[in-house]
Write a protein that binds this ligand. Structure first.
Ligand SMILES: NC(=O)c1ccc[n+]([C@@H]2O[C@H](COP(=O)([O-])OP(=O)(O)OC[C@H]3O[C@@H](n4cnc5c(N)ncnc54)[C@H](O)[C@@H]3O)[C@@H](O)[C@H]2O)c1
Length: 347
């Protein structure tokens, strides 16, 4: 049996563990700062075995030594924003949690493939790769599978067809600037653009971009977890069984799509080595431009996170110069400077 460890036994972590248990693919270790939550949820999932017909070994712990020799590590740990906490404070805290979790996990499983889930997704995936020093092919972010599934489900619902026959792809960052590709969406090979009127398809694309927020709006507290958990399970399966599925994931390009040095959602082959290949697909000029805008926004968010984690001491003169620059910025009609407040992570 393979071994998968999930750091963060919250809603997404536990949902992914339950899906993996049913697939009987791997034993799962749930790790949480709250050991009771990890142990309790593990026991609960084990007890679905006699009902659903699986015998997976699911355990919970606070101790990372329990994760030793995992094939895959999934990171979902983080905290939700609290009253009186700024978005920058939240970003800094979650960056600290994710970095520490990744460092502990890689110590016990140096050969694992890492799947990152914590938001802001592309920034956290970049952070995990940086702190672990693992090859970028072994650190992958989960977002595109989820965003694509949302679009696929809207198309299936409208056309009254099985969601299994609908295929669609969403690239770019996991936020307001994600890039759905309707031209490449199909129902068993039949282009969706031929089946769905343009204005309806357009509304579906908008709904996809705000798909996470729509669910948060209903839940009020917390965010989506069934589809995110299932998306994690699909990626884990493709890795463990070397299925080489073509999945949109947050990965580091080395010149593909004209992009470098940034984690961003691209079409990938996911297999036993993690990212096997970034697949080149033809984009229109408009789609390529949207992808570059999305990637640049992630780069700005990564720089912001870096500055929050490693604040640089500046002299009084530099501070005055920066203040003057900021003053000038507010008086000219430039777009807002990137902050975590406009990373618009999609949940
Ligand atoms: N990438 C995506 O598409 C996507 C989709 C949904 C959710 N998310 C993100 O995934 C993350 C988890 O979401 P959730 O709904 O499961 O949240 P949750 O609050 O239910 O779970 C988070 C868990 O992390 C644990 N935790 C906190 N600090 C920890 C630490 N230092 N070590 C270990 N565990 C720690 C908490 O105790 C909690 O159980 C969030 O950042 C959310 O925004 C991403």
């Amino acid at each position: 049996m393979y071994k998968v460890s999930i750091i963060g036994a919250g809603n997404v972590g536990a949902s992914a563990a339950a899906d993996l248990a049913v697939s009987q693919l791997a034993n799962v270790v749930l790790i949480d700062i709250n050991g009771g939550v990890a142990k309790g949820k593990a026991l609960d999932i084990v007890q679905t075995g006699p009902i659903l017909g699986h015998g997976a070994l699911i355990t919970g712990s606070v101790d990372y030594s329990a994760t030793a020799n995992s094939d895959v590590i999934v990171i979902t740990a983080g905290i939700a924003r609290k009253k009186d906490m700024s978005r920058d404070d939240l970003l800094k805290i979650n960056a600290g949690i994710v970095s520490a979790a990744a460092l502990e996990a890689v110590k016990y499983s140096p050969n694992a493939i890492f799947i990152v889930v914590t938001n802001p997704l592309d920034v956290m995936t970049s952070l995990v790769q940086q702190v672990t020093g693992l090859p970028s092919t072994r650190v992958i972010g989960m977002a595109g599978v989820l965003d694509s599934a949302r679009l696929e489900s809207f198309i299936a619902e409208y056309l009254q067809v099985s969601p299994l026959d609908v295929r669609a792809m969403v690239l770019g960052g996991h936020g307001d600037l994600m890039v759905p590709l309707p031209r490449h969406a199909s129902v068993k090979g039949v282009p969706v653009c031929d089946l769905v009127p343009a204005e309806i398809l357009d509304a579906m694309l908008k709904r996809t971009v705000h798909g996470g927020a729509e669910i948060v709006g209903h839940l009020v507290t917390g965010s989506a977890y069934y589809a995110p958990g299932a998306s994690v399970a699909v990626m884990v399966k493709s890795i463990l069984l070397d299925e080489r599925r073509l999945l949109p994931c947050s990965v580091m390009p080395h010149g593909e799509y004209g992009l470098t040095d940034v984690y961003v959602g691209l079409p990938c082959i996911i297999g036993r080595n993690g990212l096997e290949k970034i697949v080149p697909i033809t984009l229109t000029e408009e789609e390529q431009a949207a992808l570059v805008i999305s990637a640049n926004s992630i780069k700005a968010s990564i720089a912001l996170t870096d500055s929050l984690l490693h604040p640089v001491e500046i002299t009084e003169t530099e501070a005055e110069e920066k203040a003057a620059e900021a003053e000038e910025d507010t008086t000219t009609a430039k777009p807002p400077a990137p902050t975590s407040a406009n990373t618009g992570d999609a949940k």
